[in-house]
Design a protein around this ligand. Sequence first.
Ligand code: PBG
Length: 310
Amino acid sequence: MIRETELSVRDFIYPLFVCEGEQVKREVKSMPGVFQYSLDMLDSELCELESLGIAAVLLFGLPSHKDECGSQAYDENGIVQRAVRQIRADHPKLFVITDVCMCEYTSHGHCGKLTPSGDVDNDATLQWLAAEALSHAQAGANMVAPSDMMDGHVAAIRQALDQGGFSNVGIMSYSTKYASGFYGPFRDAADSAPAHGDRRSYQMDPANREEGVRMAEIDIAQGADMVMVKPALAYLDVLRDVRERLHFPTVAYNVSGEYSMVKAAAQNGWIDEKRVVLELLLSIKRAGACMIITYHAKEAARWLSEVDHG
Ligand code: PBG
């Protein structure tokens, strides 16, 4: 009766990795239970998500071809664009969010266009991101989620969407994204590790709490519909700050490394997986998340549906 926080399957957004080819259902080595799917293998996964009550997916693409300018990112026949069309046609009730970034599509693996000296050129990248977001909207995405951390990205994307006639397509901005070691397994999953250097020039310093709030504020001013704190577990204080100070829908990304740590410990029999996962997800919600992007979503949905008076 006095319980303050309730975790529900409706809180979850499930990340999905789609790849080129046929008959591919490939498990990500560092993320047991997470798979890359070719489009012909996607349907059973989507049916499972729907039957579990998971309402939203976040799509990441693995293109067959990468180049300096990440051209597959904004190609109308790119892997994500085709996946969106398929999902919207076959599962119209699923809410489709697409990750908007360049790192999966560039040959150098950085999140934007490089200058001749090898730095990321913030302003030149904005056009690519706007084109990518627009192509996702044209394919039918309900919401786009820019994860690139370029300054001005939300404004550029909002303008492109509005001009393209997609004022009803929302933006979930990865506003508060730290330069984190916890993304390691994701870079296997999405094949997006930078070939040289790291992302510290555009992602945030883990030491900064105030800046986390400021970053979310800036994205809200540019037209974001939701903001995000990422990773979740090591940044619950920032999540609480953003939610409490900005009064805005705040999403938490329970990232790959956080998932893999739990999986590894569980596989060794060192922790009770069900208990730990539900405790972590509840804690993310308690800290202020209104939604949680999590690779645990399917298992957590199953556990939550078990009637448990324990
Ligand atoms: C793309 C992107 C990353 C993640 C989501 N979008 C990787 C990165 O920024 O290096 C990480 C997600 C995860 O670790 O689960 N920029």
